[in-house]
Design a binder for this molecule. Structure first.
Ligand SMILES: Nc1nc2c(c(=O)[nH]1)N[C@H]1C(S)=C(S)[C@@H](COP(=O)(O)OP(=O)(O)OC[C@H]3O[C@@H](n4cnc5c(=O)[nH]c(N)nc54)[C@H](O)[C@@H]3O)O[C@H]1N2
Ligand SMILES: Nc1nc2c(c(=O)[nH]1)N[C@H]1C(S)=C(S)[C@@H](COP(=O)(O)OP(=O)(O)OC[C@H]3O[C@@H](n4cnc5c(=O)[nH]c(N)nc54)[C@H](O)[C@@H]3O)O[C@H]1N2
Ligand code: SF4
Ligand SMILES: [Mo]
Length: 712
């Protein structure tokens, strides 16, 4: 078999790659490559049949990977701004002139105060190499501000870690063996296709599927039962379930006694959440609460697939804590197909010291610097905040693997911040996104088909390897190489700045515990390497929670020490009739903006075939709420609150429950007719645990007709 580097004109090769996207499935891809005109060209991508989680299938989006990679709009050269900020007018420049100028500007700013330089990145790629390796080394050496990466997962991740000690759960393959599967705040068909396949298999074998979701998503409509609660009320529902389990003595006393901490106070807390009260808080019936608790106790194995949809509200962290108590109470961890799965990311010991080199924070005098931390979910506030000695201004932003002008909450503030003429902005991208429009320098980055990477999944138990399949498109460079060259220009001489991408991939995972046998060379040849856990993986069948007490902590002393409620509490949405009746009177509808099936966050929105499938930005609204406002199906509506206003096409449908409107996201603003997306309306308040964004804690009003722009 030829390899991709030595390919005769008539030969094709299969290159082992890994999907880089922010998706729990982290599929193994096989890229068919041939030689054309002296260049390696990818002609096909497919899912690897022999990788158990992938099982030969890619989703619709990534099946279109070649359309994205060879898109006529790919950025091919470094570019420099010529128009006003945000206008998106650029001229082509050479790499040397771009990097020389960027290095000079950063040096100048760093001489005043390096904290004035802020990196902004998220999970455009989940690769450990093109993600944060060279980039963080560079920013640490510079002494730049640190970034708190909270835009997606920290509420649940921290809440689960306080409760279980780590992030793990039943492996996705085991869901096929469950008899009850609860999809809690997740539309698996959209965002977790390969787990859904296992659930389908379970269903064929007689399992019962239940969705807990304010929206009748593609997944909810295929479940046996759909509990359509109000957004942000999941904590109350979970406490209601605990209430019934305790009242009925549906409890695994042996498991509770041996492996949990704080049963008595938890039971006392749950006593306040009788089904009648829960029904009222959640906008469901008491019978739904009773029935769910009954099924949860009487059906085994019972697995909960918990996901992010239910965390994007003020009480997201506490809600996750409450749900994480359920399997320990009912003894479901005893089964390999039981328990709760939010993420498997706790299973992979990433070597953050080797990758990010936090030791480089030691300044020129050798003393460790402690730069300020910017929370990425409040970047709008932070860019516009008046400077003070406590808050040095942000003078430069380096954006990579993220599209904040489209994805960060309260977009008007974010865009106003990016529009500051005194802000120096560099964007590393594949395309001219909404964010790229504001760049002073726009630098073309390679895609997964063009660079090396190792991907840490969060939905299964295999480390994934990505080999480059083709030559870089245009003059694009891997993120690592861009930061390597910048480091060199600034004069950083530490050896780590010369590490190759292969060297970084081999450093990325610690060789200890379940990854004692991690070997990059082996993984890159095979395409993946399973961590060393048994095929029937039941992480807490016999307790062994890696919390401070070694138990599942219903009661968390760590949270108590932080001044946070040590027991799972019900924290109602910030924007709702309970917390803010005046606001709720003016803006009576709760808007959620969960992922669209054919996009991945804002990635793929510019891929024609996928955008055409999604149609145009729309708002789903219940017939009752539509009728009350004289809104007809297919008409344009104005959606607004104090933060802004946007125009969407109404879909009158009972998929949205009464009181809730749904705008599937995340559109590129510039591809919407009014150049806005759902984040025009979302706010910058943070969650109770994890300092995360609260995208789905957002009250709005909707009006028929869409001609004015009042209201915001
Ligand atoms: N196709 C596709 N796949 C994706 C993404 C994408 O954009 N598109 N994004 C990726 C990323 S970054 C992430 S973080 C994951 C997200 O993964 P998930 O969190 O599983 O996201 P969704 O699949 O949209 O499911 C969220 C569901 O939660 C519901 N929901 C909203 N608010 C509430 C609430 O308060 N309570 C409850 N119970 N449900 C609520 C929504 O209606 C929606 O159906 O998906 C990843 N996968
Ligand atoms: N209203 C609303 N807003 C949301 C959400 C929601 O549900 N509703 N979801 C939130 C969530 S869960 C998340 S995770 C965030 C996601 O927000 P982001 O992490 O910003 O994700 P994307 O929108 O996919 O943008 C990633 C960008 O990285 C670029 N990219 C990919 N690979 C590379 C690379 O190798 N190098 C470089 N330089 N660039 C690369 C892509 O081209 C893309 O433009 O959005 C959040 N925003
Ligand atoms: S986005 Fe998810 S389902 Fe699609 S190919 Fe990538 S990992 Fe697989
Ligand atoms: Mo996310």
């Amino acid at each position: 078999m030829p390899d991709a580097d030595h390919l005769a004109p008539d030969q094709t090769v299969l290159v082992k790659a890994a999907c880089p996207h922010d998706c729990p499935d982290t599929c193994a891809m096989e890229v068919t490559v041939e030689q054309r005109g002296g260049k390696r060209v990818a002609i096909k991508v497919a899912g690897a049949a022999d990788h158990p989680p992938t099982a030969g299938v890619l989703c619709t989006k990534v099946s279109r990977y070649l359309e994205r990679t060879y898109h006529p709009d790919r950025l091919l050269h470094p570019m420099k701004r010529v128009g006003r900020k945000g206008e998106g007018r650029f001229e082509r420049v050479s790499w040397d002139s771009a990097l020389d100028d960027i290095a000079a500007r950063l040096k100048q700013i760093a001489a005043v105060d390096p904290q004035r330089i802020v990196p902004y990145s998220y999970a455009g790629t989940m690769g450990l190499v093109q993600g944060e390796s060279m980039a963080q080394r560079f920013f640490h050496k510079l002494g730049a501000s640190l970034l708190d990466r909270t835009i997606c997962a920290t509420a649940g991740a921290e809440a689960m870690t306080y409760t279980l000690g780590t992030r793990t759960g039943p492996q996705m393959e085991s869901f096929a063996d469950a008899r009850l599967i609860i999809f809690w705040g997740t539309n698996a068909i959209t965002s977790n296709l390969h787990l859904w396949t296992r659930a389908q298999e379970a269903k064929r074998r007689g399992a019962r599927l239940i969705a807990i979701d304010p929206y009748r998503s593609l997944t909810a409509e295929k479940c046996h039962q759909h509990i359509a609660l109000l957004p942000g009320t999941d904590g109350a529902l979970a406490l209601g379930l605990i209430h019934v389990l305790v009242r009925e003595n549906w409890l695994d006393h042996d498991y509770i006694a041996r492996h949990t901490l704080g049963f008595e106070p938890l039971a006392e807390r749950a006593a306040q959440f009788d089904p009648a009260r829960v029904a009222q808080l959640c906008g469901i019936t008491a019978a739904e609460v009773e029935q769910l608790a009954h099924d949860y106790w009487h059906t085994r194995p019972a697995a909960i697939r918990l996901n992010y949809g239910m965390q994007r509200a003020a009480g997201g962290g506490n809600a996750v804590r409450a749900v994480c108590c359920l399997p320990a109470l009912a003894g479901h961890w005893r089964d390999a197909a039981g328990g709760v799965l939010l993420s498997t990311s706790g299973m992979f010991p990433v070597d953050t010291q080797a990758l990010y080199r936090p030791d480089l924070l030691a300044g020129p005098d050798g003393r460790k610097r402690q730069p300020r931390t910017i929370n990425m979910s409040t970047i709008g506030h932070d860019l516009l905040r008046p400077a003070s000695s406590e808050h040095p201004p942000i003078d430069a932003l380096i954006v990579y693997n993220s599209n904040p002008v489209a994805v960060a909450p309260q977009s008007r503030e974010v865009a106003a911040g990016f529009a500051r003429e005194d802000l120096f902005t560099v964007v590393l991208e594949h395309f001219q996104t909404d964010t790229a429009d504001y760049a002073d320098y726009l630098l073309p980055a390679t895609t997964q088909l063009e660079h090396v990477d190792v991907v840490k999944p969060y939905g299964h138990l295999y480390v994934m390897a990505n080999n480059p399949a083709i030559d870089p498109v245009g003059e694009s460079l891997p993120n690592t190489e861009i930061f390597r060259r910048l480091a060199q220009r600034i004069g950083f001489t530490d050896a780590c700045f010369a590490d190759s991408d292969d060297a970084i991939a081999s450093q990325a995972i610690k060789r200890s515990g379940v990854t004692a046998h991690y070997d990059w060379e082996v993984a890159r040849r095979a395409g993946w390497q399973r961590i060393d856990v048994p095929t029937t993986y039941a992480p807490f069948a016999d307790g062994g929670f890696p919390t401070p007490s070694g138990k599942c902590e219903f009661y968390s002393q760590q949270l108590a020490d932080l001044g946070v409620d040590p027991l799972p509490a019900y924290v109602p949405p910030n924007e709702g009739p309970v917390s803010n009746p005046q606001l709720a009177a003016r803006y009576p509808l709760a808007m959620i903006s969960p992922p669209a099936r054919n996009f991945l966050n804002s990635t793929f929105v510019n891929v024609r075939s996928l955008r055409d499938t999604e149609g145009e930005p729309h708002l789903e609204i219940h017939p009752r709420d539509a009728a009350a406002r004289g809104i007809a199906d297919g008409s344009a509506v104005r959606v607004f609150n104090d933060r802004g206003t946007l125009t969407l096409r109404a879909r009158v449908t009972d998929r949205a429950r009464p009181g809730v409107v749904v705008g599937l996201s995340i559109w590129w603003k510039k591809l919407a007719h009014d150049r806005k997306n759902a984040n025009e309306l979302t706010g910058q308040a943070l969650t109770d645990i994890g300092r995360a964004a609260t995208f789905y804690d957002c009250l709005v009003q909707v009006e028929a007709g869409a001609t004015t722009s009042a209201g915001g």
